[in-house]
Structure formats: structure tokens, C-alpha cells
Design a protein around this ligand. Sequence first.
Ligand SMILES: Nc1ncnc2c1ncn2[C@@H]1O[C@H](COP(=O)(O)OP(=O)(O)OP(=O)(O)O)[C@@H](O)[C@H]1O
Length: 715
Amino acid sequence: MKREYAEISEISDEEWEPHSESFKPSRVLKINTRSPEPKPKPPPPIESFAYNKDENLEDDDVEEVVGPTAATNNRGRRFIVDDDEEEEEEEEGEEEQEQEHGDFVEALQKCAKISAELKRELYGTTTSAACDRYAEVEASSVRIVTQSDIDDACGDEDSDFQPVLKPYQLVGVNFLLLLYRKGIAGAILADEMGLGKTIQAITYLMLLKHLNNDPGPHLIVCPASVLENWERELKKWCPSFSVLQYHGAGRTAYSRELSSLAKAGLPPPFNVLLVCYSLFERHSVQQKDDRKILKRWRWSCVLMDEAHALKDKNSYRWKNLMSVAWNANQRLMLTGTPLQNDLHELWSLLEFMMPDLFATEDVDLKKLLNGEDRDLIGRMKSILGPFILRRLKSDVMQQLVPKIQRVEYVTMERPQEDAYRVAIEEYRAVSRARIAKLSDADLATIVGVLPQRQISNYFVQFRKIANHPLLVRRIYSDDDVVRFAKKLHPMGAFGFECTLERVIEELKNYSDFSIHQLLRSYGGADTRGILSEEHVMLSAKCRVLSKLLPSLKKGGHRVLIFSQWTSMLDILEWTLDVIGVTYRRLDGSTQVTERQAIVDAFNNDTSIFACLLSTRAGGQGLNLTGADTVVIHDMDFNPQIDRQAEDRCHRIGQTRPVTIYRLVTKGTVDENVYEIAKRKLILDAAVLESGVEVDNEGDTSDKTMGEILSSILMG
Ligand SMILES: Nc1ncnc2c1ncn2[C@@H]1O[C@H](COP(=O)(O)OP(=O)(O)OP(=O)(O)O)[C@@H](O)[C@H]1O
């Protein structure tokens, strides 16, 4: 029952951004046509937790690892599990479902044993009535290192900086050291955003060198926006480490040297190599070469920041990174939001962390995790138990400022409402015509009638209008388009090689705002056709902002404004210009080298009132405590993405209460997106926090995009 799957990559920053212009499917799918590898031998009774190289998870540029095999090469770091129960043979012909549950139970049993062993080590007893979770362990009871060990390891005579960990951070570092010492090859540090995961991880690496004579090499993988921050924190917290940032100019300067060192079998000239996830996302020659270099070294710790980036085990990113990380001593994941949308995505993280334990080759995970199993949440909790450490701000930082959540329901005025209504009528007519052609179609739904791509496209159009009607074309008529094309074509606005007809076709797909921008860029002194400042206030959200922002400014507040769409950020720039406030902007197109400079400028210069950020590029890892207010202009289906964004300023270092404003346009799909996001947050709390149960009775609308559209178009 081995599953065949297509290698589907998730949407990266760069691919996400163009969605603001028109809907495009994500990357072209590449079907994995390779024949499956032979089934691996059954696992030995001793669990090594090292990645089993025989599994069919490598990308096509994987080359043979030079040197000893994985079996002889994991530095003796093993964790012994008494496997008596697992050795019982499954009866042949057993029901498929039972087999799947058997595997699940097997994984559970192993987890329970590891958990008991670790608890005994951490606080001296397995019965532990006092502490059920690591999160409840107090710094006073930890056994491996104390603050004075950290002073010894990280202190530097040449620096005034005193690295002092907060009590819960000390527990975190001990947790990581314990797993290391027990030879457990994976861990997830999942503290809520802003509690200092970076600092805990850096201190841990420093302690490995100081106490365990393990100077690395370590590989740190993170999103581009936080590369600079990692380098800065590493230099500050452990100045004796040599750190190399392998990206952009750093890559150009060092690739030849690293390649020849790696080929010669020589050790790397650094303790820590910092790279971006993008290095694992593509199959360009350069990236393949880079990955070859990385595969030649045996990493002590491969550390993944914002590790929810590995939620899709079928993505290139997951597979390519695994091909580098599989034989590392440890795969350490940092994420404040381990559970993104559903339990399958969480399982992808677990499988990356401990492939031997969580590989699900023979388990139809989808069926299992979707099953009507009331115990599932509880079982997932026990599975996660030994490997995950998660503390909430409310648990550990009584002194952290409050976070106030506000949902602003905004009301459309006539032009926006008309645009929304016209779109409904147009798409309704298309859907009904299509259904009418099918004799056996269910008249109440468009699911299965319209192609999924068209459903997504309609949904995106509704979302655009709910955000700003200038994101579609309604003001400029087809005649206007022809007129503008005749003006722009000779100016080479689309290059000099394309025909006038092609330019007309292209412009017809443009939004009002894009045409306006084009006219402004090419018009020179000729302002005919461009939109006026009143147009920016056509959206309910911008009108609300035009009142909210000046009053926040008057109150001495500073604001982060997030949107998922770069074209919406363009309109928001215009809005802020009209309102007359100062701002900076950071999105996927901002040079990686400039990102930290923008963050520093915003945090240090209080005359800058706002920072506009794309949720994808600016929502993760950045420290923007200069702001005390966050506006989520348009919410994501995945609430964790917005949660990440909120916590850019609700984190250590924040001294003022933080207010989050979510803008929801009444009577539009915005309301559905909000309902779905709420539902997902309930699941997150149930799996990752104690004492919260999923309430199936009060089921909020967990509808799919297609179901939502059906109710709009067919209802
Ligand atoms: N013990 C400490 N002493 C001084 N500053 C600290 C300490 N711990 C964390 N900080 C600071 O708090 C801020 C937040 O820390 P950090 O970026 O590590 O959080 P995080 O948990 O990784 O957040 P995210 O999940 O958003 O990436 C940083 O500016 C960091 O320097």
C-alpha cells in the first residue's frame, strides 16, 4: 500500500507574490516516476533514530555519501528502547485498518518509553505527579546546566554583554542537552513566538562545544528575512564561534573554497553555517552544487528555524533538506507554530525530526488522522510528548505586556458593494450554465462541477474585491484599455517586440490599480487617465485606516500593517501617503541584505510611524518591538501565519500593551476566512496545550473554499 505521490512544492515567497495580479497554480508538478525502492528491512530491536537512507525520500541530486555508512557512523549516539512488545508478529491477512492502528500504537509505545526515561533524567521520577509536561518543569529542578555553566561557556572578556537566560530558557537548554546526551536525534522547541528560541538554541550549541567537546559543524537553516538576525545573535551570544553566512555575497565569496575543502574531505572552516530554505527549493545547477557541498560534511546539529516550513513532506524543500540532514547527529526544529493547518502537516515535521520512528510508509495517514477517533488528539499529545517543548507566554512571562485582540468589521460603500455583486452575478451565470450542461449534476454545489483552479480563481477575485475594488478592473473600460495600449505600445511598456494586439490582451487582464500605476510610470507630465486620491478610499478597509491610523499616531502608537498581497501593499503605500504618515516597507522583493536595515531603522527611529509588511516575508522571525499595534489587513486561511505576524512586536523587549486589529469586510468571503481560522486555532490549542478539548458541538464553519463558493453562487 505504498503511496505514489507527486512531488509538489509549496508556494514560496516569490511564487506567492504574483498571486496579487492573477491566480496562477503553484509550481508545475513533477511526477516522481522512479520505481519505488525495495522495502527496507524490518528495524532492529535497537532504535537508532538515524535516518534510514534506503527510504525513497532523496531528491535526484543525492549522491553517495563518502566514508563510513550510516550504520557505523552515528557516533554511537543511540537511545535504547526495550522493544519486546513491538517484536510480536502481526497476523497475516489482518485488516488494513488494524495494521495502520498497529503502527500508530507501536509509535506511541516507543514514545511512551522514551518519555518515561527522559522524565526520570530530567526530574528524577517517572511517576511525577508534580510535572506532567516538560513545560511545567522549573529551573530549580533541572540537573544538567545552570546559569553559571552558561557564564563559563558564553562569557567573553572582550564584551560587556552578559548572557543571562530567563528561568524557562534554562529549562529549554537543559531539555535540549538531555535529548542530545540520550542520543535522541530530534527535538522541537516550540515556545510561543518571541520567548527567545533563538537564544536558547544558540546557548545550547555553545554548551555542546564547552561541555561535550562538540564544536559542530552545525547547519542553521532559516527564512531569508532572519539570516542577519541569526548572525547578529550568534556573534553576541557566542563570540567565539566562527559563523559563515552562505547566501548572496557570502555564497559567491566562499563557494569555491568550501567545495574544494569538502571534496578533499577536509573539515569545514566554521562552527556554524547559516543558509536559507531557498537553497533546498530548486533544482538549479548552483543549488545542486551547494547541496552537494553540504552533503559531504557530517553535521552535528542541523537546526531549522521557523521549522513549520517543513509541513509538506512531498515538497522539494522537505526532501532536499532531508538529504542533507539525515545523518546529522541531531535535527533540531524551532517553531512557535508547529501545528499549521492539520495533523498531517504536524506529522511531516515529526517525520523529518525522527524518520525512523515516524516514517509512515505503510500507514494511510490521511485515513487515520481523518478518522472519527475521539482519542486522536490525546494520542497525538502523547506522541509529541517526549520531543517537544512548548511554553506559552501566559505560562512563563507574567510580566509580558497584554495582547488585545480586536476584530474590526468594516462596511462596504456602494462602488465596492457593486463590484462584489457584479462578480457574484458573473460567476453565478458561468457556474449555472456549466451545471445545466451536466444531466446528473447536483444543483446545490459547484464542487466537482467547476475545476478546482477555477474555484480558487473565483475565490481570489472575491477576496480581492473585499480588500480593495481597485484590485480588479471595473473603472477602466475595454475602450480605455485600447486607448492606453495605443499610447503605451510605442513607448515599449511591454518591450518593443510584442504587437499592439498582445498589449491590449495583456492590459485587459490588468486591475484598475495596475493600469493606473502603468500610466503613472509612462505618462510623464501627461496625467490623463490616472486615478485620483479619492479612489484609494473606495475600500471600506482603507476608509477605516484613514481614521484609525491618525488617531493611533496621536496617541503615540506605532503600527505594523500586514497584507498577503504585494499589490495591496502598493495601495496601502498610497493610502499612507494620502493620510500623510511616514512608513517603511518590507516584502519578498526586498533584498535580503536590506531587510535587517529596515527592521533596525523602524525600531530605532521613532519618527517612522508604520511598517508595511507582506505576511509571508515579514511575518516570521523579525523583531519589531518598536511597534505596539498590528493591523492584519487581510487574514490568511491559516491562522498561524497571522499569529506569527502579530508576534513580531508582542515579544521580549516589548514594554507597552500590544493591540491587534483584524479587518474583516462584512458580507464577503472575509467572514468565512475568519471563521475557518478560528476553527483551526481550536485544534491547535487542543493538541499543543493541556486542558483544552475540541468542542465538536459548536462547530464553526469548517467549509472548504468550494463549499463557501457554492453557498454564494448556488444558494
Ligand atoms: N535572555 C534574554 N536576554 C536578553 N534578551 C533576550 C533574551 N531572550 C530573548 N531575548 C530577546 O528577545 C527577542 C525575542 O527572541 P527570539 O527572536 O529568540 O524569539 P523567538 O522565540 O525565536 O521568536 P520567533 O518565534 O518569532 O522567531 C530577541 O530580541 C532576543 O534578543
